[in-house]
Structures are given as structure tokens and as C-alpha cells.
Ligand binder design. Structure first.
Ligand code: GLC
Length: 561
């Protein structure tokens, strides 16, 4: 396999609960993924990242791990994991797993031991236990607010039943944070990395990689409600309006951990990679995460948060290439994942919707689905023309919109509960995939049940229908990925060309000229062969909100007419 594969790879995120359910319990599983690997080969991706499938009470859909070295029965067995890794490799697809080092589940044996142990004990020192404030310790140790809403601290009861110390959890109370200054914690995770590397995985997506270290003393924050977890808009430069950087995000001391991990990965054969989920702001700070001896890639959330508009897109593309390029790392690009409103809806929203808040039936002014999808297809065609590594989230290749019609009683994201139903949370982007236009769960499950209900309109978006239509979003993705590979756009460069209008982006990457029209009016294309386009081109006219890849008949005819 080619070296530095990750510099230009297209990596497909599988959210296992919602991908395919082989055993018929209504929740997707590892055998379901293995059974559909050929669909991913057909799509044309290079690697698959699978969200957590480890032993877990599933209070945060598996991002609450009780045993890092075993598979939760809901997803299968360790043998199923081995079979998946093997089947992926047989097909030339790399397999990346999700590592959750910031916190464990409260069911983890270490946390259970800590609850039973006395304050000040070695067992408690693996997590962040503190005495409360106030005369009787009745107030949390500081004013930090959980990402999911409510205080970041929960009070425990001591062995004799009296109210005791508090423990820290950046997320849900079922996700206690580890104390990463404790060498025992470091050793635990070195062991976990080895366990999966020995089984043959090609890398790790590192969850909340910016959260592991906290500022010593755990000081109060000035404005607890203003602390952002990617609650954009992302900034390129530090600005007065930049979200507050909290004493638990992006501490400098975290980098040493990743250097140790990188060295471990390099002691294994093959090019195994580390990918940071680090919501750090402004973007240039992210370069620190991908220095040559640290992680290989970091998700570009600043790109994800950029609106569908030419000027900010050009700025973020330039800033990303410069930021990552400054340390010799590839830029990454991403538009959707399991934490954000799907881009087939999000890019047409006309109001602010901070990450994690989600949308639902009571949200006013929702966009019209067809025009929202048109933007999404155009945005994807722009993204896949950029050099670097691109991430796709399962279902976006079907043009799935956010499932806004989920009934309240079906919602499962802890955000919904911890915010007293004020934030819809992320369930709307996690609805199980439609594989077939027929069947109770559109081919997702062997049973009649899916863990989140699928909207009826999923039927028209089913993969089997889309496979038979040249105009479908699935056909567009397959075509874009094939041309991207053919022309090696992933390892190319961006050369901006003159644009005829401020709402149109024009650049050259290798042999292709990319024209992205973010405006409301069509535009005439220069002469040349159309290699790909996100919307039908007639009489050399590219519609509004559309992107075309073109091989110009002669570069002299540029700029555009
Ligand atoms: C990451 C995951 C998200 C999860 C959180 C806590 O942001 O992507 O789904 O809820 O970490 O683990």
C-alpha cells in the first residue's frame, strides 16, 4: 500500500449503532459493518473509522467505556472485531478505532473502586475527586459547566452514607474524567493502545483530545456559560469575540501524552495514525496537535463550521492549508459527524445553532429540504476537490438530512435530558441508515425495530434506489471519489484563479479547475470537459449553489467568461 496514505485518504465514519444491525436487536453491530464493507469499497473510501463499540452501559452511546479491551455485547464480540479488521484489510480498507481517554464510564471497575475508597486514596487519585465548597461541602468545587448542561461536578456519598466528595465530569455524570497527571492512567492507556495495535488496527481517533489535562488548581472560569465546545463560529485569529478558552481545554501539558503515543505507534509496522478530536480555537493553534512527533491529523472543525459562502470558505481553506502545512501535516476537511446537524440541513440554516444543540420539530424557520440538499452536494463537491484528507459521515453519501421529526419520547442523547429538554441534542444525525426502500427498517435491521425511529422519507433515500440512479447523491459521491483518486486531487495543490463574482470560488488543483457557485444566480462555465458536477449543467450553465469540476479546453480561456 502507498506510503503516507493518510495525507490524502478519504476516511468514512461508521457510527455502529446506526449502520447495520445483523442480529436483529434494533441496534447496529460489528457483523453488520462487516456485511456491508463491499458497499464502502464500491463507494471508494480508503479507511473506515468506527465510533466506540467497547463494553459500555451506553449512557452516551458508547462514549462511556467500562472496558477498553472488550466489545459490548450489543455490538458483538472480540472475534467479531477481529473479523471486521481482517475483512477490511482483505479489501484494502484501513480500520481506525475510537479511543476515549478523557473519561471512563462510571461503571468502569476503577471508578467503582474509587467510590468505595476513602478520600485521598490511590483509587480516588485516578479520577478528579475534590471536596465541595461551603461549610458542609455542599457546593461544587468550582463553577465549571458540563458540555451537556448542568454542573461539571456530581457529589458522591461516602461509605457510611453521608454526603461526600465531588467528582469531575466534562460530559455526563456517568462519564467521570480521569486524572491524567497520574502515571497509572497513562499506563492504562498505553496498554489499551497496544491491545488494539496488536489486533491490527490502523489507528485511533482520539476523543476529546483537548480535554485530558486541566489547569492546576482547577480555577473558576469567568463566564461559565460562554465556554465553547466548538460552539462556533470558529475563529481564524484570536479576537475579542473568540469563545472563552477554559482551564480544561487545550492545556499545553497535553502534548507530552501524544508524543508518547506517537512513539508507541511508530514502534509498530505499517503507518498507523492518531487523529485528534480537538475543538481548539483559533485554528492556527491546532498546528501544535499535528507536529511531526504528535498526532498525524486533527479534525478541521473550523472548516465544518464555515457557512456556505465564498469568502469565508476561501479564508478557511487558505488558513487550513497554511496551518497544517506549517508543520508538514495534511489538512483535513469534514462537513458532518455524529455530533453535528447533518450538513444536508445545516448549510441552509438561517440562524445560529451551536454545536450539540440540534434542531427538532419546534425549531422555527427550517430550510426547505431540496434546496438544502443542493447546497450540501455542492459543499461536498468542493470539499472532495481539496488536497488533504477528507472525512465522510455515514449517510451523507445518501444525502440524508437531519431527522427533525424524532418524537421527544424517542430521544436518547444525554444533552436532551441534562438541558431539561432545552437542547434537542444529536439524535437527529444518528438515525439508522436506510439500505432498502422496502422493509420495516429500510433494511437496517433483521427485525422490525430500530433504536431510533426512521422518518418515512428515508424510503426515497434508500441506498438500493440510489444505486440505480445516475442523478442520486450516492452516484455523485461515487463519481467524485473516483475522479478525486484518478486525478490525485488529494495530493494536489490549490491555485486560486480569478473569479467573475464574489460569491463564486475558482481554483485549479492539478488538471482540474473547480468552480463553486455559492450564490443565488447561475453562472456560465468556460469551455471544457465537465469531470463532475453537483447539479445538472445545461448549455454550459452551472446552476446556483452548485460546484463543477472541469478540465478546461485551454487554460487561456480562464478566467471565466
Ligand atoms: C466527543 C464525542 C461525543 C461524545 C463526547 C464525550 O465529543 O464525539 O459524541 O459525547 O466526546 O465522550
Amino acid at each position: 500500500m502507498q506510503s503516507n496514505w493518510w495525507h490524502s485518504a478519504v476516511i468514512y465514519q461508521v457510527y455502529p449503532r446506526s449502520f447495520a444491525d445483523a442480529d436483529g436487536d434494533g441496534v447496529g453491530d460489528l457483523p453488520g459493518i462487516t456485511a456491508h464493507l463491499d458497499d464502502l469499497v464500491d463507494l471508494g473510501v480508503d479507511a473506515v473509522w468506527v465510533s466506540p463499540f467497547f463494553t459500555s452501559p451506553q449512557r452516551d452511546a458508547g462514549y462511556d467505556v467500562a472496558d477498553y479491551c472488550d466489545v459490548d455485547p450489543v455490538f458483538g464480540t472480540l472475534d467479531d472485531a477481529d473479523a471486521l479488521i481482517h475483512a477490511a484489510h482483505e479489501r484494502g480498507i484501513r480500520l481506525i478505532v475510537d479511543l476515549v481517554p478523557n473519561h471512563s464510564s462510571s461503571d468502569h471497575p476503577w471508578f467503582q473502586e474509587a467510590l468505595r475508597a476513602a478520600p485521598g486514596s490511590a483509587a480516588r487519585a485516578r479520577y478528579v475527586f475534590r471536596d465541595g465548597r461551603g461549610e458542609h461541602g455542599e457546593f461544587p468545587p468550582n463553577n465549571w459547566q458540563s458540555v451537556f448542561g448542568g454542573p461539571m461536578w456530581t457529589r458522591t456519598a461516602e461509605a457510611d452514607g453521608t454526603p461526600g466528595q465531588w467528582y469531575l465530569h466534562i460530559f455526563d455524570s456517568s462519564q467521570p474524567d480521569f486524572d491524567w497527571t497520574n502515571p497509572e492512567v497513562r499506563d492504562l492507556f498505553l496498554g489499551v493502545l497496544r491491545f488494539w495495535l496488536d489486533r491490527g488496527v490502523d489507528g485511533f481517533r482520539v476523543d476529546v483530545a483537548h480535554g485530558l489535562m486541566k489547569e492546576p488548581g482547577l480555577p473558576d472560569v469567568a463566564e461559565p456559560d460562554a465556554v465553547a465546545f466548538g460552539a462556533g463560529p470558529a475563529t481564524l485569529e484570536p479576537a475579542v469575540s473568540a469563545p472563552v478558552q477554559a482551564p480544561y481545554w487545550g492545556q499545553d501539558t497535553v502534548h507530552e501524552i501524544y508524543r508518547e503515543w506517537r512513539a508507541l505507534l511508530e514502534s509498530y509496522p505499517g503507518e498507523r495514525i492518531l487523529i485528534a478530536e480537538a475543538w481548539v480555537d483559533p485554528l492556527p493553534r491546532l498546528a501544535d496537535w499535528v507536529r511531526p512527533d504528535e498526532m498525524h491529523q486533527a479534525f478541521n472543525f473550523a472548516y465544518l463550521e464555515t457557512p456556505w459562502a465564498a469568502r469565508p470558505l476561501r479564508e478557511i481553506i487558505d488558513a487550513s492549508l497554511a496551518t497544517f502545512g506549517s508543520v508538514g501535516a495534511p489538512s483535513t476537511w469534514v462537513l458532518s459527524n455524529h455530533d453535528v446537524v447533518r450538513h444536508a440541513t445545516r448549510l441552509a440554516l438561517t440562524f445560529d445553532n451551536p454545536q450539540g444543540h440540534g434542531i427538532g420539530l419546534a425549531t422555527p424557520n427550517l430550510p426547505e429540504p431540496a434546496s438544502a440538499l443542493q447546497r450540501a452536494r455542492a459543499a461536498t463537491a468542493l470539499m472532495l476537490a481539496l488536497p488533504g484528507s477528507a472525512y465522510l459521515y455515514q449517510g451523507e453519501e445518501l444525502g440524508l438530512p437531519e431527522a427533525i421529526e424524532l418524537p421527544d419520547h424517542a430521544r436518547q442523547d444525554p444533552t436532551w435530558f441534562r438541558s431539561d429538554n432545552q437542547r434537542y441534542g444529536r439524535d437527529g444525525c444518528r438515525v439508522p441508515l436506510p439500505w432498502t426502500a422496502h422493509g420495516a427498517t429500510y433494511g437496517f435491521s433483521a427485525s422490525k425495530h430500530s433504536w431510533l425511529p426512521q422518518p418515512e422519507r428515508w424510503r426515497d433515500l434508500a441506498r438500493d434506489l440510489q444505486r440505480c440512479s445516475d442523478d442520486s447523491t450516492l452516484s455523485l459521491y461515487r463519481h467524485l471519489l473516483a475522479v478525486r483518486k484518478d486525478l490525485q486531487l488529494g495530493s494536489g495543490t490549490v491555485r486560486w484563479l480569478d473569479s467573475p463574482r464574489p460569491d463564486v470560488l475558482v481554483f485549479q488543483n492539478g488538471l482540474a479547475v473547480i468552480i463553486a457557485n455559492t450564490g443565488d444566480l447561475p453562472i456560465t462555465l468556460p469551455e471544457g470537459d465537465i469531470l463532475a458536477c453537483s447539479a445538472p449543467v445545461e448549455d454550459a450553465t452551472l446552476p446556483e449553489h452548485a460546484t463543477a469540476w472541469l478540465r478546461p479546453s485551454n487554460t487561456v480561456s480562464l478566467p471565466l467568461p
